[in-house]
Design a protein around this ligand. Structure first.
Ligand code: MLT
Length: 404
Protein backbone atom coordinates (compact mmCIF):
# COMPACT_ATOMS: atom_id res chain seq x y z
CA UNK A 1 0.00 0.00 0.00
CA UNK A 2 1.38 3.37 -0.90
CA UNK A 3 1.78 6.03 1.75
CA UNK A 4 1.20 9.74 1.51
CA UNK A 5 3.65 12.41 2.58
CA UNK A 6 2.27 12.63 6.08
CA UNK A 7 3.88 16.01 6.64
CA UNK A 8 0.88 17.33 4.72
CA UNK A 9 -1.38 15.93 7.40
CA UNK A 10 0.30 18.12 9.97
CA UNK A 11 -0.85 21.30 8.21
CA UNK A 12 -3.59 22.95 10.24
CA UNK A 13 -6.67 24.04 8.27
CA UNK A 14 -6.51 25.16 4.67
CA UNK A 15 -4.40 27.86 3.05
CA UNK A 16 -5.35 31.21 4.60
CA UNK A 17 -6.67 32.79 1.42
CA UNK A 18 -8.67 29.66 0.54
CA UNK A 19 -10.36 29.79 3.95
CA UNK A 20 -11.24 33.44 3.45
CA UNK A 21 -12.44 32.76 -0.10
CA UNK A 22 -14.82 30.06 1.17
CA UNK A 23 -16.21 32.25 3.93
CA UNK A 24 -16.82 35.14 1.56
CA UNK A 25 -18.42 32.86 -1.04
CA UNK A 26 -20.81 31.47 1.57
CA UNK A 27 -21.68 34.97 2.77
CA UNK A 28 -22.26 36.21 -0.80
CA UNK A 29 -24.50 33.22 -1.57
CA UNK A 30 -26.59 33.92 1.55
CA UNK A 31 -26.78 37.68 0.82
CA UNK A 32 -26.93 38.08 -2.97
CA UNK A 33 -28.17 41.67 -2.66
CA UNK A 34 -25.06 42.97 -0.84
CA UNK A 35 -22.15 44.60 -2.63
CA UNK A 36 -19.06 43.05 -1.09
CA UNK A 37 -15.81 44.98 -1.36
CA UNK A 38 -12.76 42.74 -1.35
CA UNK A 39 -9.66 44.17 0.26
CA UNK A 40 -8.46 40.77 1.47
CA UNK A 41 -6.04 38.95 -0.81
CA UNK A 42 -3.39 41.18 -2.34
CA UNK A 43 -4.67 40.79 -5.87
CA UNK A 44 -4.39 43.66 -8.34
CA UNK A 45 -7.41 45.15 -10.10
CA UNK A 46 -5.99 47.59 -12.67
CA UNK A 47 -5.61 46.35 -16.27
CA UNK A 48 -2.20 45.59 -17.69
CA UNK A 49 -0.35 48.70 -18.87
CA UNK A 50 -0.52 49.48 -22.63
CA UNK A 51 3.22 48.82 -23.13
CA UNK A 52 2.73 45.33 -21.72
CA UNK A 53 -0.33 44.62 -23.82
CA UNK A 54 1.60 45.74 -26.90
CA UNK A 55 4.46 43.38 -26.07
CA UNK A 56 2.04 40.50 -25.47
CA UNK A 57 0.35 41.05 -28.83
CA UNK A 58 3.70 41.26 -30.59
CA UNK A 59 4.89 38.02 -29.00
CA UNK A 60 1.64 36.23 -29.81
CA UNK A 61 2.10 37.20 -33.47
CA UNK A 62 5.66 35.86 -33.37
CA UNK A 63 4.35 32.54 -32.09
CA UNK A 64 2.01 32.33 -35.10
CA UNK A 65 4.84 32.62 -37.61
CA UNK A 66 7.18 29.71 -38.36
CA UNK A 67 10.12 32.11 -38.68
CA UNK A 68 9.74 33.51 -35.17
CA UNK A 69 7.98 30.68 -33.37
CA UNK A 70 9.62 29.56 -30.06
CA UNK A 71 9.35 26.23 -28.30
CA UNK A 72 10.82 25.51 -24.88
CA UNK A 73 12.34 28.55 -23.23
CA UNK A 74 15.97 28.35 -22.05
CA UNK A 75 16.11 26.71 -18.59
CA UNK A 76 16.93 29.87 -16.70
CA UNK A 77 14.92 32.28 -18.84
CA UNK A 78 15.50 34.36 -21.97
CA UNK A 79 18.60 36.53 -22.07
CA UNK A 80 16.60 39.60 -23.13
CA UNK A 81 14.64 39.51 -19.87
CA UNK A 82 17.53 38.54 -17.61
CA UNK A 83 19.63 41.37 -19.05
CA UNK A 84 16.81 43.89 -18.57
CA UNK A 85 16.45 42.79 -14.94
CA UNK A 86 20.18 42.90 -14.23
CA UNK A 87 20.47 46.38 -15.73
CA UNK A 88 17.35 47.96 -14.27
CA UNK A 89 16.74 46.27 -10.94
CA UNK A 90 20.36 45.79 -9.95
CA UNK A 91 23.11 47.67 -11.81
CA UNK A 92 21.03 50.86 -11.84
CA UNK A 93 20.98 50.62 -8.03
CA UNK A 94 24.68 49.90 -7.75
CA UNK A 95 24.19 46.15 -7.11
CA UNK A 96 26.68 43.89 -8.80
CA UNK A 97 24.28 41.20 -10.04
CA UNK A 98 24.72 39.72 -13.48
CA UNK A 99 22.14 38.21 -15.83
CA UNK A 100 23.44 34.70 -15.23
CA UNK A 101 22.62 34.96 -11.52
CA UNK A 102 18.92 35.50 -12.35
CA UNK A 103 16.47 32.61 -12.72
CA UNK A 104 13.16 33.44 -14.40
CA UNK A 105 10.08 31.68 -13.06
CA UNK A 106 6.31 31.86 -13.13
CA UNK A 107 6.13 33.84 -9.90
CA UNK A 108 7.55 34.49 -6.48
CA UNK A 109 5.00 32.35 -4.66
CA UNK A 110 6.33 29.17 -6.32
CA UNK A 111 9.93 30.23 -5.82
CA UNK A 112 9.38 31.11 -2.17
CA UNK A 113 7.78 27.70 -1.66
CA UNK A 114 10.26 25.71 -3.72
CA UNK A 115 13.55 27.26 -2.66
CA UNK A 116 13.63 25.27 0.59
CA UNK A 117 14.09 22.08 -1.46
CA UNK A 118 17.77 22.78 -2.03
CA UNK A 119 18.41 22.81 1.74
CA UNK A 120 18.69 19.91 4.16
CA UNK A 121 15.59 19.00 6.13
CA UNK A 122 17.79 19.33 9.25
CA UNK A 123 17.99 23.08 8.82
CA UNK A 124 16.18 25.31 11.27
CA UNK A 125 14.19 28.14 9.77
CA UNK A 126 13.48 31.55 11.29
CA UNK A 127 10.46 33.54 10.20
CA UNK A 128 8.90 36.84 11.09
CA UNK A 129 5.72 36.58 13.08
CA UNK A 130 3.32 37.51 11.43
CA UNK A 131 4.52 36.04 8.14
CA UNK A 132 3.41 35.21 4.59
CA UNK A 133 2.11 31.65 5.23
CA UNK A 134 3.83 30.07 2.22
CA UNK A 135 7.27 30.11 3.87
CA UNK A 136 6.13 28.10 6.88
CA UNK A 137 3.65 25.80 5.14
CA UNK A 138 6.16 24.67 2.52
CA UNK A 139 8.68 23.86 5.24
CA UNK A 140 5.96 21.87 7.02
CA UNK A 141 5.40 19.91 3.82
CA UNK A 142 9.12 19.19 3.68
CA UNK A 143 9.15 17.93 7.28
CA UNK A 144 11.41 20.65 8.63
CA UNK A 145 9.20 22.26 11.25
CA UNK A 146 8.67 19.70 14.04
CA UNK A 147 5.34 19.44 15.81
CA UNK A 148 2.47 21.87 15.86
CA UNK A 149 1.12 23.38 19.05
CA UNK A 150 -2.51 24.27 18.29
CA UNK A 151 -2.77 26.39 21.44
CA UNK A 152 0.16 28.61 20.58
CA UNK A 153 -0.24 28.11 16.81
CA UNK A 154 3.51 27.57 16.49
CA UNK A 155 5.84 24.80 15.28
CA UNK A 156 8.43 23.36 17.64
CA UNK A 157 11.33 23.63 15.19
CA UNK A 158 10.66 27.10 13.85
CA UNK A 159 12.23 30.22 15.30
CA UNK A 160 9.59 32.95 15.41
CA UNK A 161 10.72 36.56 15.33
CA UNK A 162 7.87 38.70 16.62
CA UNK A 163 7.19 41.85 14.64
CA UNK A 164 5.15 44.10 16.86
CA UNK A 165 4.31 47.72 17.34
CA UNK A 166 7.20 47.90 19.85
CA UNK A 167 9.84 47.07 17.23
CA UNK A 168 8.06 48.90 14.40
CA UNK A 169 7.29 45.53 12.85
CA UNK A 170 10.96 44.86 12.05
CA UNK A 171 12.34 41.71 13.73
CA UNK A 172 15.23 41.66 16.15
CA UNK A 173 18.09 39.22 15.65
CA UNK A 174 16.98 35.86 17.09
CA UNK A 175 18.42 34.45 20.31
CA UNK A 176 18.67 30.94 18.86
CA UNK A 177 20.73 30.57 15.71
CA UNK A 178 18.78 29.71 12.57
CA UNK A 179 20.14 28.18 9.35
CA UNK A 180 17.63 29.74 7.00
CA UNK A 181 16.13 33.18 7.62
CA UNK A 182 13.07 34.36 5.71
CA UNK A 183 12.71 38.12 5.45
CA UNK A 184 10.15 40.00 3.39
CA UNK A 185 10.48 43.76 3.00
CA UNK A 186 8.49 45.87 2.35
CA UNK A 187 6.59 43.47 4.49
CA UNK A 188 3.60 41.37 3.79
CA UNK A 189 1.42 41.48 5.87
CA UNK A 190 2.37 44.44 8.10
CA UNK A 191 3.32 46.90 5.35
CA UNK A 192 6.43 47.86 7.33
CA UNK A 193 9.80 48.63 5.74
CA UNK A 194 13.38 47.97 6.82
CA UNK A 195 16.09 50.61 6.61
CA UNK A 196 19.43 50.01 4.90
CA UNK A 197 21.18 50.04 8.26
CA UNK A 198 18.81 47.48 9.76
CA UNK A 199 19.10 45.20 6.74
CA UNK A 200 22.89 45.48 6.84
CA UNK A 201 22.75 44.14 10.42
CA UNK A 202 20.90 41.08 9.14
CA UNK A 203 23.41 40.53 6.37
CA UNK A 204 26.33 40.84 8.80
CA UNK A 205 24.58 38.48 11.20
CA UNK A 206 23.88 35.85 8.50
CA UNK A 207 27.48 35.95 7.31
CA UNK A 208 28.70 35.67 10.91
CA UNK A 209 26.58 32.65 11.89
CA UNK A 210 26.60 30.92 8.48
CA UNK A 211 22.89 31.35 7.77
CA UNK A 212 21.26 32.02 4.43
CA UNK A 213 18.68 34.80 4.07
CA UNK A 214 15.79 34.28 1.70
CA UNK A 215 14.81 37.84 0.97
CA UNK A 216 11.39 38.39 -0.56
CA UNK A 217 11.34 41.80 -2.22
CA UNK A 218 8.06 41.36 -4.08
CA UNK A 219 6.82 44.78 -2.93
CA UNK A 220 9.92 46.90 -3.61
CA UNK A 221 8.12 48.99 -6.27
CA UNK A 222 6.01 50.51 -3.46
CA UNK A 223 8.96 52.01 -1.60
CA UNK A 224 8.48 55.76 -1.37
CA UNK A 225 11.12 56.70 1.20
CA UNK A 226 14.77 57.35 0.48
CA UNK A 227 16.56 55.25 3.09
CA UNK A 228 14.75 51.99 2.29
CA UNK A 229 16.69 49.42 0.25
CA UNK A 230 15.01 47.99 -2.85
CA UNK A 231 17.29 44.96 -2.88
CA UNK A 232 19.26 43.10 -0.23
CA UNK A 233 22.26 43.36 -2.57
CA UNK A 234 22.45 47.04 -1.70
CA UNK A 235 24.03 45.73 1.54
CA UNK A 236 27.70 44.86 1.69
CA UNK A 237 28.35 41.14 1.90
CA UNK A 238 24.84 40.11 0.81
CA UNK A 239 26.14 38.09 -2.11
CA UNK A 240 27.65 35.53 0.26
CA UNK A 241 24.51 35.05 2.34
CA UNK A 242 21.35 36.03 0.46
CA UNK A 243 18.92 34.80 -2.15
CA UNK A 244 16.43 37.38 -3.41
CA UNK A 245 12.92 36.70 -4.70
CA UNK A 246 11.11 39.13 -6.96
CA UNK A 247 7.72 39.21 -8.58
CA UNK A 248 6.02 40.99 -11.47
CA UNK A 249 2.64 40.55 -9.77
CA UNK A 250 2.49 43.69 -7.72
CA UNK A 251 4.68 46.13 -9.64
CA UNK A 252 3.19 45.27 -13.05
CA UNK A 253 -0.13 43.57 -12.31
CA UNK A 254 0.95 40.07 -13.39
CA UNK A 255 -1.00 38.11 -10.74
CA UNK A 256 -2.90 36.39 -13.54
CA UNK A 257 -0.07 36.51 -16.08
CA UNK A 258 2.57 34.89 -13.84
CA UNK A 259 6.20 35.96 -13.86
CA UNK A 260 8.90 36.27 -11.23
CA UNK A 261 12.55 35.59 -10.65
CA UNK A 262 15.07 34.47 -8.09
CA UNK A 263 18.58 35.81 -7.75
CA UNK A 264 21.31 33.48 -6.51
CA UNK A 265 24.77 35.04 -6.60
CA UNK A 266 27.64 32.82 -7.70
CA UNK A 267 29.48 33.55 -4.44
CA UNK A 268 26.71 32.04 -2.34
CA UNK A 269 28.06 28.72 -1.14
CA UNK A 270 27.40 26.18 1.61
CA UNK A 271 31.00 25.08 2.15
CA UNK A 272 32.14 24.27 -1.37
CA UNK A 273 28.65 23.77 -2.78
CA UNK A 274 27.22 26.55 -4.92
CA UNK A 275 23.53 27.22 -4.29
CA UNK A 276 23.36 28.63 -7.81
CA UNK A 277 24.27 25.19 -9.22
CA UNK A 278 21.70 23.43 -7.04
CA UNK A 279 18.90 25.76 -8.08
CA UNK A 280 19.98 25.54 -11.73
CA UNK A 281 19.83 21.74 -11.42
CA UNK A 282 16.36 21.93 -9.93
CA UNK A 283 15.15 24.40 -12.54
CA UNK A 284 16.51 22.23 -15.35
CA UNK A 285 14.88 19.09 -13.98
CA UNK A 286 11.52 20.31 -12.77
CA UNK A 287 10.66 23.36 -14.79
CA UNK A 288 10.24 24.33 -18.43
CA UNK A 289 10.23 28.06 -18.01
CA UNK A 290 7.75 30.90 -18.09
CA UNK A 291 6.06 31.30 -21.48
CA UNK A 292 7.89 33.28 -24.17
CA UNK A 293 5.02 35.73 -24.55
CA UNK A 294 5.04 36.39 -20.80
CA UNK A 295 8.79 36.93 -20.75
CA UNK A 296 8.37 39.47 -23.57
CA UNK A 297 5.69 41.16 -21.46
CA UNK A 298 8.19 41.20 -18.60
CA UNK A 299 10.77 42.86 -20.83
CA UNK A 300 8.24 45.61 -21.60
CA UNK A 301 8.09 46.40 -17.87
CA UNK A 302 11.60 47.82 -18.27
CA UNK A 303 10.94 49.88 -21.42
CA UNK A 304 10.76 53.65 -20.90
CA UNK A 305 7.05 53.57 -21.78
CA UNK A 306 6.43 50.63 -19.46
CA UNK A 307 8.27 52.21 -16.56
CA UNK A 308 6.29 55.44 -16.87
CA UNK A 309 2.96 53.61 -17.07
CA UNK A 310 3.78 51.38 -14.12
CA UNK A 311 4.87 54.30 -11.98
CA UNK A 312 1.34 55.61 -12.48
CA UNK A 313 -0.17 52.25 -11.63
CA UNK A 314 1.80 52.00 -8.41
CA UNK A 315 0.84 55.61 -7.59
CA UNK A 316 -2.82 54.69 -8.13
CA UNK A 317 -2.62 51.92 -5.54
CA UNK A 318 -0.62 54.08 -3.16
CA UNK A 319 -3.33 56.74 -3.32
CA UNK A 320 -5.67 54.01 -2.08
CA UNK A 321 -3.17 53.10 0.63
CA UNK A 322 -3.07 56.72 1.81
CA UNK A 323 -6.86 56.93 1.77
CA UNK A 324 -7.22 53.83 3.93
CA UNK A 325 -4.41 54.84 6.26
CA UNK A 326 -5.68 58.36 6.92
CA UNK A 327 -9.36 57.44 6.85
CA UNK A 328 -8.94 54.80 9.52
CA UNK A 329 -6.51 56.84 11.58
CA UNK A 330 -8.98 59.74 11.63
CA UNK A 331 -11.64 57.29 12.73
CA UNK A 332 -9.50 56.36 15.74
CA UNK A 333 -7.97 53.11 14.50
CA UNK A 334 -4.39 52.18 15.29
CA UNK A 335 -2.86 51.88 11.81
CA UNK A 336 0.55 51.34 10.24
CA UNK A 337 2.04 50.41 6.87
CA UNK A 338 0.78 51.92 3.63
CA UNK A 339 3.78 54.20 3.08
CA UNK A 340 6.30 51.84 1.46
CA UNK A 341 3.88 48.99 0.86
CA UNK A 342 0.36 48.41 -0.47
CA UNK A 343 -0.80 46.91 2.84
CA UNK A 344 -2.38 48.64 5.81
CA UNK A 345 -2.08 46.91 9.14
CA UNK A 346 -4.62 47.90 11.73
CA UNK A 347 -5.62 46.86 15.20
CA UNK A 348 -9.10 45.40 15.59
CA UNK A 349 -11.19 47.73 17.76
CA UNK A 350 -12.73 47.08 21.17
CA UNK A 351 -10.59 44.05 21.95
CA UNK A 352 -11.94 41.95 19.11
CA UNK A 353 -9.86 39.04 17.84
CA UNK A 354 -8.71 39.12 14.22
CA UNK A 355 -11.39 36.65 13.09
CA UNK A 356 -14.11 38.38 15.13
CA UNK A 357 -13.25 41.60 13.33
CA UNK A 358 -13.22 39.76 9.99
CA UNK A 359 -16.77 38.50 10.59
CA UNK A 360 -17.90 41.86 11.94
CA UNK A 361 -16.58 43.77 8.91
CA UNK A 362 -18.01 41.25 6.48
CA UNK A 363 -21.44 41.34 8.09
CA UNK A 364 -21.77 44.99 9.04
CA UNK A 365 -19.78 46.71 6.27
CA UNK A 366 -19.60 43.97 3.62
CA UNK A 367 -15.86 44.58 3.44
CA UNK A 368 -13.37 41.72 3.25
CA UNK A 369 -9.93 41.98 4.82
CA UNK A 370 -7.43 39.46 6.12
CA UNK A 371 -7.28 38.48 9.80
CA UNK A 372 -3.81 39.14 11.19
CA UNK A 373 -3.81 35.91 13.18
CA UNK A 374 -3.84 34.02 9.88
CA UNK A 375 -0.25 35.17 9.44
CA UNK A 376 0.94 34.00 12.84
CA UNK A 377 0.29 34.38 16.57
CA UNK A 378 1.72 37.90 16.80
CA UNK A 379 -0.83 38.94 14.18
CA UNK A 380 -3.69 38.26 16.62
CA UNK A 381 -5.96 41.29 17.10
CA UNK A 382 -4.51 42.80 13.90
CA UNK A 383 -6.08 42.99 10.48
CA UNK A 384 -4.75 43.63 6.98
CA UNK A 385 -6.38 45.68 4.24
CA UNK A 386 -4.92 45.91 0.75
CA UNK A 387 -4.63 48.95 -1.44
CA UNK A 388 -5.14 46.89 -4.60
CA UNK A 389 -8.86 47.63 -5.03
CA UNK A 390 -10.26 50.29 -7.33
CA UNK A 391 -10.16 53.82 -5.91
CA UNK A 392 -13.98 53.99 -5.84
CA UNK A 393 -14.28 50.74 -3.91
CA UNK A 394 -11.50 51.74 -1.55
CA UNK A 395 -13.24 55.02 -0.72
CA UNK A 396 -16.54 53.26 -0.24
CA UNK A 397 -15.00 50.59 1.98
CA UNK A 398 -13.33 53.18 4.21
CA UNK A 399 -16.52 55.21 4.48
CA UNK A 400 -18.46 52.07 5.44
CA UNK A 401 -15.90 51.16 8.10
CA UNK A 402 -15.95 54.72 9.45
CA UNK A 403 -19.72 54.61 9.71
CA UNK A 404 -19.74 51.49 11.91
C1 MLT B 1 -1.33 38.19 -0.19
O1 MLT B 1 -2.48 38.60 -0.20
O2 MLT B 1 -0.67 38.04 0.84
C2 MLT B 1 -0.72 37.90 -1.51
O3 MLT B 1 -1.56 38.19 -2.55
C3 MLT B 1 -0.38 36.52 -1.59
C4 MLT B 1 0.50 36.27 -2.75
O4 MLT B 1 1.08 37.17 -3.34
O5 MLT B 1 0.66 35.08 -3.04
Amino acid sequence: MYKVNDNYLKLPGSYLFSTIGKKVKAYAAAHPDRKIIRLGIGDVTQPLAPAIIKALHGAVDEMGDAATFRGYAPDLGYEFLRNAIADNDYRARGCDISADEIFISDGAKCDSGNIQEIFSTDNRIAVCDPVYPVYVDTNVMAGRTGTYDPQKETWSNVIYMPCTRENDFVPELPKETPDIIYLCFPNNPTGSAITGRQLQEWVDYANRVGAVIIYDAAYEAYISQENIPHSIYECQGAKTCAIELRSFSKNAGFTGVRLGFTVIPRELKAGEVSLHSLWARRHGTKYNGAPYIVQRAGEAVYSEEGKAQLRQQVAYYMKNAAYIYHGLKDAGYEVSGGVNAPYIWLRAPRGMSSWEFFDYLLEKANVVGTPGSGFGPSGETYFRLTAFGSYENTVEAVERIKAL
